[in-house]
Design a protein around this ligand. Sequence first.
Ligand SMILES: [Fe+2]
Ligand SMILES: [Fe+2]
Length: 675
Amino acid sequence: MNQEPPSDSSNSMESIEREFPKLLHHPFDLSLDEWKDSLAEGGISLKEFTSIKKIRPDSKSLNIIIVDGDSSDGDEIRALDEVCGEEIPAAIVLVETPGNGARRDEDSSSLLAGFVPKPIATEPFQISIRAAFRQTAYRLAAHREENHRTIISRNLENLTQIGIALSAEQNNHRLLDMILTRSRELTNADAGSLYLVEETPEGERSLRFKHTQNDSKTIPFKEFVMPATKASISGYVAVTGESLNISDVYQIPKGVEYGFNQSFDQSVGYRSMSMLVVPMTDHKNEITGVLQLINAKQSPDILLPDPASADENVIPFDPAIQQIIQSLASQAAVALENSMLLESIERTFEGFVKASVQAIEQRDPITSGHSERVTDLTCGLAEAVSKIKTGRYADVEYTEEQMKELRYAGLLHDFGKIGVRESVLVKANKLYPLELEVVKNRFATIKRSIQSEYQEKMIHLALGGNKDKVKTLQAELEQRLEETGNLIDLVLRSDIPSMMPEGEFDELLKLGELTYTDIDGTEHPYLTQYELNCLTIQRGNLTESEFSEIQSHVSHSYNFVVQIPWIKELRGIPEIAYGHHEKLNGEGYPRKLHEEEIVLQARMMCVCDIFDALTASDRPYKKAAPLEKAIQILKFEVKDNHLCPELVDIFIKDKVYQVVEVFVDQEYEEPEPKS
Ligand SMILES: [Fe+2]
Ligand SMILES: [Fe+2]
């Protein structure tokens, strides 16, 4: 196992000599018994071979091969170059009778490191062997150094490109995925995990298992939190900030503070072996996460479905690549910090927007939840439009940013109601309740004044003994009171905004001409001109000025949202909100735009806004329309050239209405055509 940092020191000759076991291969007929003990003291193990062809040097040791120069020719010795190749650290020491060298080609092997004349004398033998081991270590160090440089220079460009890609990704989940994918690509790692450091207000730190990838096993992901302590490998890295490059996590030597828990491997039939674990440090040099790469392979195509395949194929992580991964992890930490910051700003902003919208909707409890429902419906419709690859909107496909833009526009579309008086917003009938009270009181006064007028007359007649006349007046009084009662009933009926029965409009106009005289003898109309105007409203309950006050909410919404310094991707919000009451034929408000002037998102919002207004909970003067009726009305709006036919069609066919809770299980069925 290698815990050392990938500095130049790990490639130095001294550290290689310390790290690698020494193996001395010798011909079986060349006895080294005489030096066996002193060789063992120097940490050198012996291995016999019967012929040069059967030599099997060990890639994890420094190999010195003693070749009998008297019995071997140049070709045989040269063949060893191929056996050892670049990867296996090895050198050859020739033992030969002086003068026999003429049989051998001087350039027979690049591995030749020394000569020992026969008969073998202790001193030259030991000097040659020691020198050969040193030379092997030196060559390995040089080879590693070169590899190191090659790996770094080859990956520097990758690293720059990865850095750019990471900083461009704003979606947190995709960013985590990209960090793991790219680090695994660079290292040919079979698997990897990413942990984020969390800290409680009390300063207690923990690690949240945030993302994982594994080429060989499908492992269901479940987020969990574990304490950030030195007991686990990732905890150790998070606490100390040290990178760990472990060649086999099942062989962690005693005495280190961390350990590896094999239970997960056992539960899924996986074998974790080599592991590279690096801290992710942000711009303040604080550790914000841990990147863990598992099982380096020679090639990304190799899979490790079972422990045996891991034994066969897993190699240690190259110390040179460790530097690259450390660098990548730092870039990733900064990118992650930015994206998390952005997400938290967005969350805060969305929370603020929702709270503001809720505050506004509370002024009119009847429309409560309208903005959010319109948002859900409009986004649902936009998603449906994006999916459809035929027809008028085949080319329309909204990006994630555009969907976000639409979402904010939806939430804020009626924000301008803040500029509309609450009494107008919640006005249920044609007269405000207080105004109606005034009318009722006035009619009570009228009745009383009629009564007192008649009573005065009747007392006068009674005193004169004219009983018959009194009776007649009494009947007349009752009739007058009944008529007045009918008039107030007419007022009460007209106050409710529904279709006025035929004739009542004229009756109201007549009522407007009636007057009564008060106690001071002043003449007053039964109804003021304002009251008459209100009560004779033919459609709905609002006067013209109230109607335009309500309509002004669109301009208020626009004037409000246009002041927000939206980022480039969200700059369409004001225009979308501004267009949500425009109609295709130019009869909408406030700008009376025509179809081609209304942005598509606003046209979608218009469909959804009408749908919600129709189906939202009962209003005092209007029942919530059932799904069938609401859709029929949308179709009438299409016929009147108010709404876009394609959008209403997609709204119906894609069952966009099901995003609203009450319609989740409902399905619109086209009515049978009347025969
Ligand atoms: Fe609106
Ligand atoms: Fe609305």
